[in-house]
Design a binder for this molecule. Structure first.
Ligand code: FES
Length: 160
């Protein structure tokens, strides 16, 4: 047994078809993303080990990938993920005020999750490539642009 769900193995296998047979490690990002999705937004050592074994990679190599990319979480986090971009274009259009507003509304700081497990406010993001729509934030992979405190509140209230 791989420790991966049948669905995860199916998804990883689909990615493996895109790469040469002796380059199974090329599917590691897609595999970790899928496994994280199935595990409510974060990876456990057991799941990372399972991905390593399935792809024939060393476990430490998988941990390195998981700890490098900001889209992967290695500790339990809230089920909705919010990333506010604070890079230059967004900063010039008020991103710092948006971060402060989100922190105030949720009662947490960046890098923390709400006590009810509803929302994870990721550490401030670098450019998310929506600069012309700043200030912006990504919520569960969906972009929200031209943010105002009122728009932020509407998004936060929609997250159950
Ligand atoms: S600077 Fe915020 S999306 Fe580019």
């Amino acid at each position: 047994m791989s420790g991966l769900s049948a669905h995860a193995r199916h998804e990883i296998d689909a990615w493996l078809e895109k790469f040469p047979a002796d380059r199974r490690q090329s599917a590691v990002l897609a595999a970790l993303r899928e496994v994280q999705h199935e595990n409510h937004g974060y990876l456990t050592p057991g799941l990372m080990d399972a991905v390593a074994d399935y792809l024939g990679m060393s476990r430490i190599a998988v941990y390195e990938v998981a700890s490098f990319y900001s889209m992967l979480e290695t500790i339990p986090v809230g089920r909705h993920s919010i990333s506010v971009c604070t890079n230059i274009s967004c900063m010039l259009r008020g991103a710092d005020d948006i971060v402060a507003h989100v922190e105030r509304r949720l009662g947490i700081r960046t890098g923390e999750s709400t006590a009810d497990g509803r929302i994870f406010l990721k550490c401030e993001e670098e450019c998310l490539a929506a600069c012309c729509g700043g200030p912006m934030m990504m919520v569960d992979h969906v972009f929200h642009e031209e943010l105002t405190p009122e728009k932020v509140d509407a998004v936060l209230e929609s997250l159950k």
